[in-house]
Write a protein that binds this ligand. Structure first.
Ligand code: ADP
Ligand code: MG
Length: 321
């Protein structure tokens, strides 16, 4: 069992950002409205994720560390009807197998404290703690030196976490996110649902106030979002945040269509910043290519690419007039 968890940990958590992703997804699944992510030394030393979600009772808190003990799949048919972000029940046992983990959780009836050290339960007791869940992960990979060796610099590890938290905040503008590094707040959203405000957090006032809203539809697709006016944008690399039916995706053809649209108006040393949401009939999309890679296959792709290119060109050119 411990060995299985360690092997799974290689897939689920190869770096601190992977742990942050799993924990924040759990917080979102628990209905959190406020999520705090405290990072110390790039997450190599310590990570603390605190939420105000529904918490767990004494039994469930223990179960959470058991492999495949997910609470999120009640029946087999649920596998085809997945609404929660996590469903495999692998993350917590995997993380607990390669680090020191302290969980404090309160479901409104009672508080529970559980400590795991490298796969071994060391504490399980009642405690008084606020409603929600706080999970502290420290001394990552100290007992798995091969994996420790794969960690990069503190600033690199933190930059991956920051990028991830930016994206999670953009896909959940209704949640108040706070990200801090070594005690200093580096990113915070209000949770009031405003995407422009999140761009402000990421890139500052000039970019945010020059984010042009767009909205357009074709027979099969409906697109909306923000395109930052290219002359303003001083980003050093492009940022394209693309969601399809609320799922974050990665698509080279769509990225190309965006670059194409911008290339008509933009000096070659500038980069697009775009937030793009696509709505379409789920039957046109195959998301099942790879769960972690966010790649999709799409019928009627050329219709979509045309729509994106045309809409962005209109948005950009209207802002230049
Ligand atoms: P999964 O998310 O795939 O179910 P995890 O290993 O990520 O598996 O979590 C195991 C279980 O622990 C979850 O199903 C959930 O019941 C519980 N859990 C984990 N984190 C939280 C949290 N922040 N708030 C409430 N419950 C949680
Ligand atoms: Mg999970």
């Amino acid at each position: 069992e411990h060995l299985t968890n360690m092997i799974a940990a290689g897939e689920v958590v190869e770096r601190p950002a992977g742990i942050v992703k799993e924990c924040v997804e759990n917080s979102i699944d628990a209905g959190a409205k406020v999520i705090d992510i405290e990072v110390f030394q790039g997450g190599i030393e310590k990570l603390i994720i605190t939420d105000d979600g529904s918490g767990m009772d004494y039994e469930d808190a223990q179960m959470a560390f058991m492999r495949h003990a997910t609470s999120k799949l009640q029946q087999e048919e649920d596998l085809f009807n997945i609404h929660t972000m996590g469903f495999r029940g692998e993350a917590l046992p995997s993380i607990a197998s390669v680090a020191k983990v302290e969980l404090q959780t309160n479901d409104g009836n009672q508080g529970t404290l559980i400590r795991y050290h490298y796969g071994e339960l060391v504490t399980r007791e009642k405690c008084s703690c606020p409603l929600g869940t706080r999970i502290e992960i420290s001394s990552l990979f100290l007992k798995t030196p091969a994996r420790f060796k794969h960690l990069k610099s503190i600033s690199y590890e933190f930059s991956i976490i920051a990028d991830l938290v930016n994206k999670m905040a953009l896909s959940h503008p209704e949640i108040r996110f706070t990200l801090s590094h070594d005690g200093r707040i580096v990113f915070q959203t209000s949770g009031n649902g405003n995407l422009q405000e999140i761009l402000y957090q990421m890139y500052g006032k000039e970019v945010a106030s020059n984010a042009i809203p767009f909205e357009q539809k074709s027979d099969d697709f409906q697109i909306s979002g923000y395109a930052v006016q290219p002359k303003i944008n001083r980003a050093t690399k492009y940022f394209m945040f693309i969601t399809m039916n609320t799922r974050l995706i990665r698509s080279i053809p769509i990225q190309k269509a965006i670059l194409d649209a911008y290339s008509h108006y933009m000096p070659s040393n500038r980069f697009p910043i775009v937030i793009l949401d696509i709505k379409t009939d789920a039957q046109l999309v195959d998301v099942n290519v790879h769960p972690n890679k966010w790649e999709i296959r799409l019928s009627k792709q050329s219709e979509l690419l045309e729509l994106i290119k045309k809409t962005l060109m209109e948005a950009i050119s209207s802002s230049l007039r």
